[in-house]
Design a protein around this ligand. Structure first.
Ligand code: CP3
Length: 335
């Protein structure tokens, strides 16, 4: 069994596996070089040779316990026929959305559209660098994907989503479709060699308690049950929600990734499944002393619990790779 599987399936408390969200990305000069030569980000995600290379870049430098496939959550709208572009200093920009077109998409066409991702996973699984390591597949959760499809840009640009929530029937039809295709995307990744699945609900924090129940808990719970039936662990990351305990009790994932607003002591006490993450990403931009102090705090709090080390969100693009090296060493020395 791989390290994360041991923590999740056997509740191992001696291993404290470490991987980081956005461990492959702009803080690495070798990523920036490939990115500069490949200005179309979506094309890069569908280049199975380069996406394999980018996935492996952090593992060549650091002793991480897992690789996460280099891809994006917005491959789902792309696979459903919506145009997706990334613009410099703006972020994602999606094309026009038509519910009837999306309702007509067939499973086989969706899978064909995303085939390079599955091919990439298949060859990664055979790579020696991944011996005894996890290969993490992922998807966006229905709410976050729905948000991007209808808002057509990041909420950092415009978060006034109440206008599209008014079309209630359409929202629930789209959520159902997304649930179906997210399950297909996950199944395809598991069949291609992913040993763990992470579900990113990056914009769950925009919703009220009542909206969370309707738009997040229900569809996510059904996806979690489905992934459990595939016998692969699923980690949920509903970023920014006020009450992780509620989410865990309703959705019952195998593990929960906490953000940096979540008090780790309370999480360790009240959450009865495996916890992942939590460390403030900005600590990577400060001193080694401060970083070590906080890392030791998390490791101390979760010493007697099954825990996966990670951040509360992605690695900041301006991180010095030396700080990642230091972080991994501190975590590994603790074991
Ligand atoms: O290393 C990894 O974590 C794996 C690869 C990965 C990427 N995106 C690559 C990427 C993963 C897991 C994601 C998930 C993702 N993508 C999320 C969920 C996690 C989160 O950050 O909340 C979201 C919301 C997206 C959508 C997305 N992709 C946005 C909003 C942006 C632009 C903002 C930004 O950071 O520039 C991206 C681009 C993106 N996805 C980059 C990378 C490495 C940066 C691309 C670049 O070089 O410009």
């Amino acid at each position: 069994m791989t390290p994360i599987q041991k923590v999740i399936k056997e509740k191992n408390i001696d291993l404290k596996p470490i991987w980081l969200m956005r461990q492959a990305g702009r803080y690495l000069p070798e990523f920036r070089k490939i990115r500069a030569e490949n200005t179309d980000f979506m094309k890069l995600c569908f280049n199975k040779i380069l996406s394999q290379e980018i996935t492996l870049q952090p593992l060549r430098r650091f002793n991480f316990d897992a690789a996460i496939i280099f891809s994006d959550i917005l491959v789902i709208p792309f696979g459903l026929g919506q145009d997706v572009k990334f613009e410099k200093d703006y972020g994602p920009r999606l094309g026009s959305f038509n519910l009837n077109n999306v309702l007509e998409v067939q499973e086989i066409d969706f899978t064909n559209n995303l085939k390079p991702i599955y091919d990439c996973l298949k060859s990664l699984r055979k790579n020696k660098l991944l011996n005894n390591k996890d290969l993490i597949g992922f998807s966006g959760a229905p709410w976050t994907i729905l948000f991007y499809m209808l808002n057509k840009k990041s909420p950092k640009q415009d978060s006034s989503f109440k206008k599209f929530l008014k079309k209630e029937n359409d929202i629930f039809r789209l959520l159902e479709i997304l649930e179906k295709f997210i399950k297909i995307h996950i199944k395809n990744q598991v069949e291609s060699g992913a040993t763990v699945i992470q579900l990113f609900d990056s914009w769950a924090g925009l919703l009220s308690e009542a909206q969370l129940k309707d738009l997040v808990f229900g569809p996510t719970k059904r996806i979690v049950q489905y992934v459990k039936s595939l016998n692969v662990p699923i980690i949920c990351f509903p970023r920014g929600i006020p009450n992780y305990e509620n989410f865990v009790n309703e959705v019952i994932p195998d593990a929960i990734s906490i953000d940096d607003m979540t008090n780790p002591e309370i999480a360790a006490e009240q959450i009865n499944i495996v916890v992942q993450g939590g460390l403030k990403p900005e600590l990577l931009l400060g001193s080694k002393e401060d970083l070590k102090k906080e890392v030791m705090k998390y490791l101390g709090i979760f010493k007697e619990k099954p825990y996966i080390f990670n951040l509360g969100h992605g690695v900041p693009p301006n991180t010095d790779p030396g700080m990642i090296d230091y972080l991994v060493k501190v975590v590994k020395n603790f074991q």
